[in-house]
Design a protein around this ligand. Structure first.
Ligand code: 11C
Length: 330
């Protein structure tokens, strides 16, 4: 059986990557249709499925599609999801529009594919959540995670193609002695680190930080899990790195944790400090697996605590890959 697939937002960083991942994973595509804003409609895009003419996303007829990947914006998803699902089309939404809706499953397939049930609308998590989720859930199942503290080092790709271009342009400007400027981020990102991603909330955390809390709890079905996060944008291109500290119910030691994580689907253990092997954005770029390493006994929680570092491609496991994996489960 093969499927009629639509990508809404096909010209964006995530949309483009979804096309590549569908092809790379041999997803059974009967017909692929690409949609974007009216500005891009009519243009022809080269894809591994051949040349495809882009159509206006606002005028899509969802009765002609089996699965639509939504990668435009939260507002657009909100306006169009119902239209698609009521026409019988599955929607895998990359935005945050429905993630916190109790009636919409929020899915990392390696963890909670069964949450999909018979829902036609499935939410794809925020990249920062998705990248931490598999190692964290693996440790949670084995040792019972009581507390989690995460600090992130997030790539410019989190702000889409415009974010990545801004890093390139600002770096060039800086090195050429020109005014650096900034448009996408609150401050210049080149040679900087900005502890501000998305809007500030009433509790002084940012929405990006709270997404990690809300989404991890929902995906793990642990509504009371104690989690805190600080999110920082750094001048890298497309991999989010995260330092994670956990306190566990049961005693845990790094050797056992490494053994456990080395056998988990979606994780690549990179932990050999004698040979300077650890996760890094340059090695995790364009990789499906999330790199996990620097696993050590945490100094605060002792034998009930671990500290480790993860790096995952923000556009792949953080977006396009996870979305395609959800489609595979459907
Ligand atoms: C960032 N994590 O790095 C964001 C991008 O909720 O899907 C993804 C936002 C989201 O800026």
């Amino acid at each position: 059986m093969s499927y009629k697939v639509g990508i809404m937002g096909a010209t964006g960083a995530v949309g483009r990557e979804i096309i590549e991942v569908l092809h790379d994973r041999n997803f059974p595509v009967e017909k692929l249709r690409l949609f974007a804003s009216v500005r891009s409609a009519g243009k022809v895009m080269e894809t591994p499925f051949g040349e495809i003419t882009i159509e206006n996303a606002d005028e899509a007829d969802y009765s002609e599609m089996d699965i639509a990947f939504f990668a435009i914006s939260g507002g657009w998803s909100q306006e169009n999801a119902e239209k698609a699902t009521s026409a019988g089309c599955y929607v895998i939404d990359n935005s945050s529009a429905f993630r916190y809706d109790d009636n919409v499953p929020l899915v990392v397939p390696e963890i909670n594919a069964n949450a999909i049930g018979d829902s036609k609308l499935i939410a794809n998590p925020n990249c920062t959540t998705a990248i931490a989720a598999i190692p964290l859930y693996t440790l949670h199942k084995e040792y019972g995670v009581k507390k989690v503290i995460i600090s992130t080092y997030q790539a410019t790709s989190g702000a889409g193609a415009a974010g990545m271009s801004e890093l390139t342009e600002e770096t060039r400007n800086y090195l050429e002695g020109k005014e650096v400027g900034n448009k996408v981020f609150a401050y210049p990102i080149a040679f900087n680190a900005i502890p501000h991603i998305d809007s500030f909330q009433e509790n002084d955390y940012t929405r990006e930080e709270m997404k990690v809390v809300w989404e991890t709890r929902k995906i793990f079905s642990e509504p009371d899990m104690s989690i805190s996060c600080t999110c920082v944008r750094i001048p890298t291109m497309r991999v989010h790195a995260e330092s994670i500290v956990i306190e566990t119910e049961k005693p845990v030691n790094p050797a056992d944790a490494k053994k456990l994580l080395s056998s988990v689907e979606g994780v690549e253990l990179k932990d050999d400090i004698a040979n300077n092997v650890y996760p890094m954005p340059i090695t995790a770029t364009k990789k499906y697996d999330v790199e996990v390493g620097r696993i050590r006994q945490n100094l605060v929680f002792g034998d009930h605590g671990l500290e480790f570092f993860v790096c995952g491609d923000q556009i792949l496991k953080g977006a396009a890959l996870n979305a395609v994996q959800i489609a595979e489960k459907l």
